[in-house]
Write a protein that binds this ligand. Sequence first.
Ligand code: ZN
Length: 494
Amino acid sequence: MSKARKAFFIFFAAFLQIFFNSSNSGAQSFEASIKIETNAGPLASVSGRNLVANVNAGKRHVSFLRSNIGAENLGDRVSDLILLDRNGKQVAYKKFIAGEFVAEADFTAWSYKIRLEMPKNPKAAAHISWLSTDTGILMLDDLLPQLSENGEMLSAKITLEIPDGWQIAAGEKVTEKHFDVSDTEKKVFVIGKDMRERRIEMGRFNLNLLTIGEWQFSDEEAAKTASEIYEEYLKIYGKTPSQTAQISILKFPDNVSPGTWEAETRGSSVTIISSDMPFKTQSLQRLREQMRHELFHLWLPGGVNLSGNYDWFFEGFALYQSLKTGVQLNQIRFDDFLDTLSRAHNIDSLQTRRLSLIEASVNRWNGADTQVYARGMLVAFLCDIALLNESKGKRSVSDIFRRVFEKHSFPGERQDGNAAVLSIMQADPELLPIIQEYVKGAGKIDWQTQLQTAGIESGPGNKRTSLHIIEKPKKNQKALLDKLGYNSWRKLSR
Ligand SMILES: [Zn+2]
């Protein structure tokens, strides 16, 4: 052991001893301290201990998240692991592969270093922890060991130590650097030097908006956009999915081409990493698009305790609802709505290997991503028309969202997402053929009948789909078009 390493060990052993002797805080599964170090390269020194006897009892594995969107080999970032038993004695371990260790005896406390350089693929910046010279994203899921078994939620007491002059944004008001985190897998902190925060209060709900860097839109405009869209979704769902939510808008840590963006909603944290657009109108337009999509995810899937690959629903239906909301709020034109559906139809028709939505969701990260979105959105549209038509405008796809959220919001029991969503959808007999053909089946989307019901036609020519409203819609077609937002757009733009 080198001198420096030895000094490091003694320091941590002493530190963990103090940790070990401190009083047990009860409810939390474990506690951890994360110290951000920018001088010694972008890294964090992490130490922690289990507070509940059965966490890790008989479990001698220490493993870290290995990959996420755009990022592989995350285990490589972990070094200097030290494990201690309940008497503060060091426990030997073997390293199997990067980020996977097996202790030779039971351990209760642990410490290690984790490198947090910026991801090579900019796409990953919205999905994993990283640190630049003035900003950082800390996602506990890849920063802490995977202590949860069978996907159960783990709570923790987290202490953050950040460089002088930096701030922490965490959704709730930050007064101290200690946080009681109810679900470590979903917790995201943004830290940095020059963060601008705005608190938007809506009754008992607080939306915390964080912006970093200069944008074509003002912070006021971003706040207005966020609250407008949030309120619109609140009308659909009837209640908020959490007491607070955090929206963070950041630039990419590295240079990327204009227009590029990547976002993730994890629990009640929305992280949007983006490059700006050349002009203000485009910039604001894109911000609205990002928020319409991501804020939807605060409820689905963020607010429900559902598991498995039901991405076709929470991605495809989110895309569709965000389009519809765009028209309702006069952020996009009805023509844009039709245009996006046309493009989705073209994408789905061009697939040489057609997959059912269930299959596409399983293969989302192996090339079926576009199908999940395109086909998922088309199916949402078909369901909307079927429901609106059958109920004479009284029910729509919004009712599905509300029912899924009401039935499966936390702290409800964890259930399989596909089974849960399908059982709710199947209660509406008019949705059965759509589910059979396109969700469970891989049939080509034939929507002529539904389009006609809504007074929409496809053409001219049959090579590429191009939707438009028919010349003289009948009364019931007009009523359906109104429900899709056709008139709200016309009224508002006059
Ligand atoms: Zn999404």
